[in-house]
Design a protein around this ligand. Sequence first.
Ligand code: PLP
Length: 410
Amino acid sequence: MGSTHIPFLDLVSPHLEMEEELVTVFRTALRTAAFIGGKAVQDFENAFAEFCEVNHCVGVGSGTDALRFSLIAAGVSPGDGVLTVPNTFMATTEAISQAGAQPEFVDIDERTYNMDPEKLYEFLETKCDPDQFTGRPVSRRTGRMITAVVPVHLYGQTVDMDRILELAEAWKLIVVEDACQAHGAEYFSRKAQCWKRSGSMGKVAAFSFYPGKNLGACGEAGAVTTNDPDLAQRIRMLRDHGQAEKYYHDIEGYNGRLDAIQAGILRLKLDHLSAWNHQRREKAETYQELLRSVDGVTLPTEPSWARAVYHLYVVRIQDRHGMQESLKAAGIGTGIHYPIPLHLQKAYGTLGYHQGDFPVTERVAAEILSLPMYPQLTPADQETVVERVKDCSAAVSSISARLARQESIA
Ligand SMILES: Cc1ncc(COP(=O)(O)O)c(C=O)c1O
């Protein structure tokens, strides 16, 4: 037991398996000096657009760039409000603020941990008034006109999008998908009666290729997907100092291009993504079977309309801290995504939110624990993880039973 080492994430094995191919990308870049833009970027963009079942993909520097550029290019303006959830990574709201808007939150669904469409409905109906000229919602809390909503497909599972899209249409909201954790995740649209890929459902979507993602670069990278050719063109300009033609700057932009070496690496890895996602789904099924009967552990829910790609495998445990410590002592790595809801982060003290404002997110944040999950995780490793989880949960149950007995005697 002392020698167990099961990392939370294994970024070494997949790169060793592909080492020769990956080195070729670097060698080609060195020999052609094609470091920025060019064929490697274009090839990856075409292939990723096809993978996401959209017409356009624009490679950018990171997922945060992808979100920021998407919001700006889709028409979010300084002074606007943008809706999202407090259970996400900070980059979602950073991008909103950096587009000049202010994030406003709606709570999540306790089963999926993603934006609850009914809470969005309730927010729009009871906490907003329609603007008399545009029909868009004006938040009574902030007085800001809300122009966009950012559903986040967290942990690799899509948001229940039909209702979100319907509400967005009714209230004239731009839908920007944060698909940074959901490469290849699918959603069954009851309205369209077909499966759709994450990144193909909103006006525009943002992906991150941070190394630990299901499709990860060997450095920073991201991409925007959309079916709107004008929007794609605006993103191309935003990523490259506002120029469509060298030194003709129609707007002010950013330095947010996708590096050609990263694009070459991503193109090679993209060929493996479906198989890797399939392996992640198999690991999730194994966890689900092995952990089903363990007391005090709530497993992830995958509704019939979702095909999740398990970027993370997140369970809920009341004594999350105790469980994490005992797994650590047993040589098993875990993570918490995310321990502090965004509305309670120090950086957002000025937004005026308080503890209790988003009770589901707050409850969930106190109990979630991400177990090891990656395509190379072996069945034996999974069994070891589950055995340790069972030991810890049994220990907690016996302590609780003892405390209950003592209370009843007293
Ligand atoms: C949900 C979510 N949004 C946005 C981002 C930002 O992506 P990046 O780190 O590539 O800027 C991430 C990355 O961790 C993410 O998980």
